[in-house]
Design a protein around this ligand. Sequence first.
Ligand code: Z5A
Ligand code: MG
Length: 241
Amino acid sequence: MSNTQQQTAAPAPPRGAFLVFEGADRAGKSTQCGLLVEHLKAQGVPAELWRFPDRTTAIGKMIDAYLTSQAEIDDAAVHLLFSANRWEKSQELQRKLAAGTTLVVDRYAYSGVAFTAAKAKPGLDRQWCQAPDAGLPAPDAVFFLSLSTEAAAARGGYGEERYEKADFQKKVLEQFQSLRGPAWRMVDASQSVEAIQQQLREAAGAVVARCARGAPLGRLWEGGEAGGQPLAEISTNTAQH
Ligand code: Z5A
Ligand code: MG
């Protein structure tokens, strides 16, 4: 950027924060997302809980049929459906953020890349998997709930859906590791629900405050694999798993 551009660039307006939760199966993503949204609202922060896939749309219904094994869909085609499911919500997502609503989002494009790349199908390498999501809004923070497959199994075992098998979940976790970027915060999900929530509240609060002061919204996959801005001011549990 030239000096002239730097001098004339307008400051980013205040907005809501875009907070994504990713992680191992049964790591407690949905539990923690729900608790965080309630906490933010109680603090007077406008907040909504979102999740991907959004199974309520026409595309989401196709994805649901696939995940519950009611439909067979080609691996490349279903990958594009998961991405399309994010694109169809992206305008609304940006409107909500611009209006000051913080979005707590249960899974996003990182799950999309990790689950398809873990299939190790010819032609569906990580670069191919990332391409359809390029240009989507990038989260301000990605909270990755880290849990071993053994600890996940101890939480009652995996469910009935297509990907809920220990061997495959290990491959997914390896793929997630290679997607880590500057906006990621690793959270040890083997702790109690309350301990995890406390750390998340502190970390999320700092991001919400930063976005309320005005912060540009990044794009996937700019600014490192994860996109978004580095979260230097956040101190949280940074357990490396
Ligand atoms: N997928 C994809 O392929 N491509 C994409 O682009 C996207 C997704 C976006 C969607 O599953 C599937 O789609 C997913 C990835 C794929 N496939 N798999 N596998 P989902 O998100 O709908 O999955 P889910 O049913 O919500 O399961 P989950 O996300 O794996 O679980 P969780 O949300 O992490 O955990 P939880 O429901 O909060 O808790 C699980 C249990 O553990 C529950 O009994 C809790 O009470 C208990 N729990 C929670 N926290 C704790 C702690 N701290 N201690 C002890 N017990 C706990
Ligand atoms: Mg969940």
